[in-house]
Design a protein around this ligand. Structure first.
Ligand code: HEC
Length: 122
């Protein structure tokens, strides 16, 4: 009888141990639930693309301008492939963007490509 008692204590000890490690896992879970999409390290419109549009495409592609307003995420996202096409043309050739200005740097061009690859995140 003593043996059984000792055994059940031991079992309880094991169970409580496994419960402990389970709750450890549970404590880590909320992080993942709060951020279902991990955007760390990924190119996003707000963080990377918008500042470029504001410095390179403003005065033409802005709110109230005569051209498409690419400072708006949805407009830029829907035209992403056209934008990439225009900014990769030879400077000064037909349809080249930014019109009348210097071609974007290789790093800036790569940022637009990566934005599309990463899923055109906002
Ligand atoms: C000096 C003014 C000016 C600047 C700066 C400029 N654009 Fe444009 N953009 C225009 C004009 C005018 C048109 C319409 C004529 C055409 O399609 O070429 C146009 C057209 C476009 C189009 C074709 C679709 C559309 O909206 O009509 C894209 C895409 C575009 N621009 C992207 C850009 C991007 C990206 C930049 C910044 C890197 C930029 N532009 C900078 C004047 C400008």
């Amino acid at each position: 009888m003593k043996k059984i008692f000792a055994l059940s204590i031991f079992t309880l000890f094991l169970v409580s141990c496994s419960n402990d490690s389970e709750s450890d896992l549970m404590e880590k879970a909320p992080d993942n639930n709060e951020n279902p999409i991990d955007t760390s390290g990924k190119v996003t419109f707000t963080k990377d693309i918008l500042p470029l549009i504001q410095s390179k495409c403003s005065s033409c592609h802005v709110s109230g301008g005569s051209e498409s307003n690419y400072t708006v995420y949805n407009t830029a996202r829907n035209s992403a492939s056209t934008i990439v096409n225009r900014i990769n043309r030879t400077q000064g050739s037909g349809g080249f963007m930014p019109e009348g200005r210097s071609k974007l740097s290789t790093a800036e061009l790569a940022l637009f490509d990566q934005w599309i690859t990463d899923g055109k995140l906002e």
